[in-house]
Every structure is written in C-alpha cells, then in structure tokens.
Design a protein around this ligand. Structure first.
Ligand SMILES: C[S@@+](CC[C@H](N)C(=O)[O-])C[C@H]1O[C@@H](n2cnc3c(N)ncnc32)[C@H](O)[C@@H]1O
Length: 229
C-alpha cells in the first residue's frame, strides 16, 4: 500500500479545507507564521477551528490544556469561555512558557489564561477532584496520553469534553505496515490510548480523521456513579 505521510485524508481535500479555514485575527496569524518559521508544532488550522467551534458549543467555565506551546490554541479557546471562564495550560519547556506568557499578555488575556510550567503528568495527579474542568484539551506528549487518562477523566465534570489531538499520528496509528521503527513506542502507546478511550466505562468517544486525528470524548458517567461514595 502507498502512503502519503503528510496527511490522513487525501491531500487535495486537506488543501481545500485549509483554503476555506482562514481567519483575520492578526495575532493568531502572526503566531501561525512564527510557528511555521520556528518549527513549533501547533494545532493544524482545521483542528484549531474544530476546537474553537467545540469550545463555543460547550461554553466551558474551566478548561485544562496539556501542551501550551506558544499559546496559540489557548488563545483560540478563550473566545468560547463562559463569562469569567478560565484556562489553565501546561507546558514543561521554560523558554516556551515565556513565549506563551508573552503572547497571552499581548492578547490581553493574562487574567483568563494561566500558563503553568510543569510536567503535565505530575501536575494532573496533584490537582484535587473538586478542581473539575468542563473541557480538557490533550495536545502534549503523545506517548504519555495513556498515563494521563485516569487523571483527565477524574478531573472532567460529567458532561465534560475531552479532546485529544494527533491520535492518528499521520496515519501510522492505523496500520501495522506503516510506521518508522523509531516511532514504535509512540504508535504503540497511541493505539493503547485509543483502545482505553473506546473501552472506558465513563466515556463515549468518537475518532475523527481530522487534521492529525482527533478524538472527542464526552464523560457520560460521573466518578460517583462509577465508584460510589
Ligand atoms: C503540539 S504542541 C502544543 C500546541 C498547542 N496546543 C497549540 O496548538 O497551540 C505540544 C507541546 O507540549 C509540550 N510538552 C511536551 N511534553 C510535555 C509534558 N510532559 N508536560 C507539559 N508539556 C509538554 C511541548 O513542549 C510542546 O510545546
């Protein structure tokens, strides 16, 4: 089988979708340009738009993001927050944290978005249950999603939305004959993550071949309904 490593869907379809998915926000355009020039991995335009639309549907009071990079997706999600809503976004690279903070400040969102310098897996495990979130966007270390899932579900409110990006990893997750050997760990973990999402007793999940692959999981069963207490 021949593969195009640059896209999950046919490239001309992706091109068409991207051509249509434009916006006029100057700062976001600048961040997209910066990301391109400096090879910073930010959400693909169509995924960024999906996340933007979802946020506006959910109208979350609290969002948790894993993987801030330069603050691009956090700034996009802020538009959909409920009144006085807040975003906590986690980033472990200190230099990237500085850039994200600067961009959040430039967007006038310092009171809304908190960029926390932390390893997401550790940070999640320290947050108390009552710090629950209406939406969680996992867009950090792909090989660690699996190990963050229990905490992500624990911290999500019933009815809340968990969005996980890059789960198809340029299509490699979906086919045994199609991945570079050096990617074996990440692909294996992503497959296990998808299996865990699909089998999770508290989630209902849809897998989208959007951008680099996105899962949308709604929490249908609360922690109390599952565990009692
Ligand atoms: C794909 S980028 C995030 C893009 C961003 N969400 C956007 O679309 O604008 C992933 C980010 O996760 C960060 N990261 C990787 N491992 C991490 C970890 N264990 N904890 C926190 N952040 C991590 C990387 O430094 C990188 O900036």
């Amino acid at each position: 089988m021949d593969y195009d490593l640059s896209a999950i869907v046919t490239p001309y379809v992706t091109d068409y979708i991207r051509e249509k998915t434009t916006h006029k926000n100057k700062l976001l355009l600048e961040l997209e340009e910066y990301a391109k020039e400096n090879k910073v991995p930010i959400a693909e335009p169509e995924t960024a738009r999906l996340v933007s639309v979802l946020t506006k549907l959910v109208r979350p009071k609290k969002i948790l993001e894993v993987g801030s990079a330069i603050g691009y997706s956090a700034i996009i999600m802020s538009e959909g927050l409920a009144c006085d809503g807040k975003i906590i976004t986690l980033e472990y690279d200190p230099e990237t944290v500085k850039i994200a903070c600067k961009n959040v400040e430039r967007a006038g969102l310092s009171d809304t978005i908190t960029v926390v310098e932390a390893d997401a897996k550790d940070y999640l495990s320290y947050i108390d249950d009552d710090e629950s979130f209406d939406m969680i966007f996992l867009d950090g270390p792909k090989a660690h999603y699996l190990f963050m899932l229990d905490d992500a579900v624990r911290l999500l409110k019933k009815g809340g939305l968990l969005v996980s990006d890059n789960i198809l990893f340029k299509g490699m997750t979906a086919d045994d004959g199609h991945f570079a050997r050096r990617k074996v760990t990440i692909i294996t973990r992503l497959r296990e993550y998808i299996d865990a999402l699909m089998a999770h007793p508290q989630l209902e999940t849809s897998i989208l071949s959007q951008g680099d692959g996105v899962t949308l999981s709604v929490k249908t069963v609360s922690n109390k309904e599952r565990f009692g207490g």
